[in-house]
Design a binder for this molecule. Structure first.
Ligand code: NAI
Ligand code: MG
Length: 367
């Protein structure tokens, strides 16, 4: 099958790391391993410069039609004064909202070659492979009322509201259980049922779905605060970890620091399954931003972007074998000692974006 991809490199190093993904796509096609119909378009500051908004309706239509969107990064000092609704990030937010990308997948993988750059001891993190599944479109960040009001006594009062419905919880839990089945069959669900009604409902809905459809998966409920503690105490006990938007934001950043650099972390955001085709809308992007401090110099680590494309191969394009080979190739170049600046120890020899991308392809040749 030919897979329809929309590439949105964006700004800064987004453009540079996307070039390495394009190189990998060409290599896969030349080897007859995959076939792509590729479109490329503007997003973020680049789109603002071209047509005055962070993403155009035309680009949105292309995004709706794609099997997967591969995104780079947006933003930079050039657009810091642009109005709120036209700022570069608005492009990414519109994609998430219009495609209803409610499931944010963030793997935290600790490659043996980088275990010493973790904030924890080598034996605690070496071989770590966690997948955090964060609910992305509900909860405290979107719940109403959301306001700051001035009271009669002159005090100001701020309100954020944590809201979840049964269907919102069920659909994210379903994603987690499905992913659990593809992995080690173990899912932890984190909430605070002891102090939050939304946590209680979360717990009940996850429990009911598990009993009805996923009793083959090992499910454990964990309080979110204890989960934070366990992540730094013994992270390898986790395989898939599903949680709400707010706890997921915090727990995934904590997990990220177990692995080393921002330049290594991929992510996926998935939408609902189409009832007819069974396909999900999906956007794949590195966790890092446009890195204005190093952009234009060819220094960016392309691994987060390459690994994000790897997630697209696995979750959208049904090319899991190639995704596995890519993961092994990344581990191999790291064990061979290839280092971009962000993952190099002081004094260690470094390579640039292009050399790192090439090294990954060379390692793939040996798969
Ligand atoms: P950042 O992730 O761009 O950079 C943070 C630090 O990590 C910098 O020192 C940078 O050089 C380094 N870094 C990041 N990715 C790297 C890579 N692949 N290789 C080597 N080093 C890397 O975050 P920052 O500086 O807070 O934001 C810069 C711009 O990016 C801002 O305009 C911000 O709004 C935007 N941003 C965009 C995101 C997105 O497009 N999803 C996410 C985060 C920030
Ligand atoms: Mg965060």
């Amino acid at each position: 099958a030919t897979h329809k991809l929309l590439l949105l490199p964006g700004d800064g190093i987004g453009v540079e790391v996307m070039e390495e993904v394009k190189g990998l796509m060409k290599w896969l096609e030349a080897r007859g391993l995959a076939s792509f119909a590729i479109e490329e378009d503007l997003v973020g500051g680049a789109a603002f410069d071209a047509h005055g908004e962070a993403i155009s309706d035309e680009t949105m239509a292309r995004a709706q039609a794609a099997d997967a969107i591969i995104f780079g990064a947006v933003g930079g000092p050039k657009w810091d004064k642009v109005s709120y609704d036209k700022r570069p990030e608005a492009g990414l937010l519109r994609l998430r909202k219009d495609l209803d990308l409610f499931a944010n997948l963030r793997p935290a993988i600790c490659y043996p070659a980088l275990a010493d750059s973790s904030s924890l001891k080598r034996e605690i993190v070496e071989g770590l492979d966690i997948l955090i599944v964060r609910e992305l479109t509900g909860g405290t960040y979107f719940g109403e009322p959301k306001e700051i009001v001035t009271l009669e006594n002159g005090q100001r009062r701020a309100v954020d509201t944590q809201v979840y419905t049964t269907s919102e919880i069920e659909r994210i839990a379903r994603v987690a259980f499905e992913l659990g089945r593809l992995r080690k069959n173990r899912v932890h669900s984190a909430e605070k049922r002891n102090v939050m009604k939304s946590g209680l409902l979360w717990n009940q809905v996850v429990t009911a779905l598990h009993a009805a459809e996923y009793s083959d998966v090992n499910l454990e409920h964990i309080l979110a605060d204890n989960c934070a503690m366990q992540l730094v105490r013994n992270p390898k006990q986790f395989d898939v970890l599903v949680t709400d938007n707010l706890f997921g934001d915090i727990l995934s950043d904590a997990a990220a620091m177990l692995t080393g650099s921002l330049g290594m972390l991929p992510s996926a955001s998935l939408g609902a399954e189409d009832p007819v085709t069974g396909k999900r809308k999906a956007l794949y992007e590195p966790v890092h931003g446009s890195a204005p401090d190093i952009s234009g110099k060819g220094l960016a680590n392309p691994i987060a972007e390459l690994a994000s494309f790897g997630m697209a191969l696995r979750y959208s394009l049904d090319l899991g074998d190639i995704a596995d080979a890519l993961d092994r190739a990344i581990a191999r170049v790291l064990s061979q000692g290839f280092r971009t600046g962000d993952i190099a120890a002081p004094g260690e020899k470094t390579v640039g974006t292009v050399e790192m991308g090439q090294a990954v392809i060379t390692a793939l040749e040996h798969e």
